[in-house]
Design a protein around this ligand. Structure first.
Ligand code: GNR
Ligand code: NI
Length: 174
């Protein structure tokens, strides 16, 4: 297993549409395992392949709380089959937008079809934090960040601050 560097905004790679995998083979499984290790290390509850520079429709999630038993999910080629009409708002964060948070409204529940780490087709119903996180990760596969769901004023504020932090870091490293 290996820790992978996480890409932060602004970065054009976070805006690309990722490509489906042909199937979940050893190479994709290795990526999933490296992503899980990277996600746990960063203390995240989800991670999408574009965040580590891989343009594949692959994501991992574990929304179990500290002390609960882990609930690793390794997902390829996710398809949302159904979205509830009812919406829910959650305060979202993102490892690619470090230290910024915003309330985002999304469907409260979804039904998802995907390929698991053994290349088996699975369907699940998700609600609450799992539904929020799945939709957040699938957005990454389509080049979207949570700031794309908030007002342009708030989006601009967050992205400007991140760009500024990046410039300051680059200057300091020089
Ligand atoms: O760690 C994460 N927490 C989180 C909180 C609320 C809604 C979504 C998330 S996902 C995020 C990790 C991440 O950036 N995944 O892409
Ligand atoms: Ni994210």
């Amino acid at each position: 297993m290996a820790l992978l560097p996480i890409i932060t905004a602004p970065d054009p790679r976070l805006k690309l549409k990722a490509k489906p995998v042909v199937g979940v083979d050893d190479k994709v499984r290795r990526l999933m395992d490296d992503m899980l290790e990277t996600m746990y290390h960063a203390i995240g509850i989800g991670l999408a392949a574009p965040q580590v520079g891989a343009q594949h429709r692959v994501l991992v999630i574990d929304v179990a709380r500290e002390g609960e038993k882990p609930q690793r999910m390794r997902i390829a080629n996710p398809e949302i089959l159904w979205r509830s009409e009812e919406m829910a708002t959650a305060n979202e964060g993102c490892l690619s937008l470090p230290e910024h948070y915003a309330d985002v409204e999304r469907p409260r529940a979804i039904r998802l079809r995907y390929l698991d780490h053994e290349n088996e087709i699975r369907e699940i119903d998700a609600e609450g934090l799992l539904a929020t996180c799945l939709q957040h990760e699938i957005d990454h596969l389509d080049g979207l960040l949570f700031v794309d769901h908030v007002s342009s004023l708030k989006r601009g504020m967050i992205l400007r601050k991140l760009a500024k932090t990046k410039r300051a870091r680059a200057m300091a490293a020089d």
